[in-house]
Design a protein around this ligand. Structure first.
Ligand code: RIB
Length: 343
């Protein structure tokens, strides 16, 4: 329906103006039955003159499904996620679908509320970047597979459905290996939440690189952060006060790395002369920090686009086996890491 002045235009008004039944108007709008060309033209003319807009919600109710995709993300303030959303939205738009975006602030309870409401709104499908301690597995099981769900970026324990992730462990492994090859032996890390799979996997890759190089890790050199600037700053200050101080830090993502840069500045230390630093994501900010951040690039936009394409394969009923898509993470060398300073 559209509004004419303050009133919504109804199908009944269209029918009266075109001198046909409401049923005929419905057939013309939904292109659902043979209507004589002369009658169709009268109805379309009445629709245009009255400025009528069909109600997509009403159509969704009739079909018990909308042309809307639901997407749930954990932290809209982290620039990584809007890039992923952009990839999803472009594919949705190409398929004449729209996106309903929900931000959970990494809160599993909020995620459950959103998941249930998006189902109630009859979303055609869901793309979920799970929150920490996500209950996606039981939630998806409870929905009985009524709509396709794609898990993106993190994959909760026990998830058996479609996933699109990046090789987090390999990315963190490359970061640590790069520092080892520069000659660093006192390498610390500020990990992401260790109940989020991307955090767990990156820590595994970090540990594997040092283990293979025969380099021991002081327990206090492994700090758990929260994938944000504040935890990078707080844990960075802590690490930089240890004696001996680490000569390099691998950050769980670029926001954590920004926090470490602030801690270095506060302590009057230089990067990379005093402490080398490597991030993860290759967010746009990584090129503009001083020094420009060496980091691990992950294809955020492409991850979103791939997840949406997979969802549309499901919506078209293509009988493809469950997909576990793992995309590459690539070390991007800039200026924030160098051989350890002379000690
Ligand atoms: O959730 C925080 C991090 O996980 C993001 O920065 C990105 O690295 C994602 O994989």
């Amino acid at each position: 329906m559209a509004t004419r002045g303050s009133k919504r235009v109804t199908m009944r008004q269209i029918a009266a103006r075109a001198r046909v039944s409401v049923g005929t108007v419905s057939h013309v709008i939904n292109n659902s039955a043979g209507v004589r060309e002369e009658v169709r033209k009268r109805v379309l003319d009445a629709i245009e003159r009255l400025g009528y807009q069909p109600s997509l919600l009403a159509r969704g109710l009739r079909r018990n499904q909308t042309t809307i995709l639901g997407m749930i993300i954990p932290d809209i303030s982290n620039p990584f996620f809007p890039l992923v959303v952009r990839g999803v939205e472009d594919i949705a738009y190409q398929n004449s679908y729209r996106l309903m975006l929900c931000n959970t602030d990494n809160d599993a309870q909020k995620e459950q509320v959103y998941f249930d409401e998006l189902r109630a709104y009859r979303m055609a499908g869901l793309i979920v970047i799970p929150s920490a301690d996500s209950r996606l597995v039981p939630m998806a099981a409870a929905s009985g597979g009524e709509i396709p769900v794609i898990c993106l970026d993190r994959c909760p324990e026990g998830w058996k459905g479609d996933t699109v992730t990046v090789d987090n462990a390999e990315g963190a492994y490359q970061a640590a290996r790069y520092l080892l090859e520069l000659g660093h032996r006192r390498i610390a890390t500020i990990a992401g939440q260790l109940h989020v799979t991307s955090g767990v996997e990156r820590l595994k890759g970090f540990k594997r690189a040092l283990r293979e190089a025969g380099v021991s890790i002081a327990p206090e050199y492994i700090q758990e952060g929260r994938f944000d600037r504040l935890s990078g700053y707080e844990k960075g200050l802590m690490l930089l006060q240890f004696s001996p101080r680490p000569t390099a830090i691998v950050a769980a993502n670029d926001l954590v790395a920004l926090g470490v840069l602030a801690a270095l500045r506060e302590m009057g230390l230089r990067c990379p002369e005093d402490v080398s630093l490597v991030g993860f994501d290759d967010q746009e900010i990584a090129s503009f920090t001083n020094p420009a951040l060496t980091t691990v690039a992950q294809p955020a936009y492409q991850m979103g686009a791939r997840a949406a394409a997979l969802l549309f394969e499901r919506l078209r009923g293509e009988d493809v086996p469950t997909q576990q898509v793992v995309m590459k993470a690539t070390l991007r060398v800039r200026d924030s890491a160098a051989a350890p300073g002379g000690e």
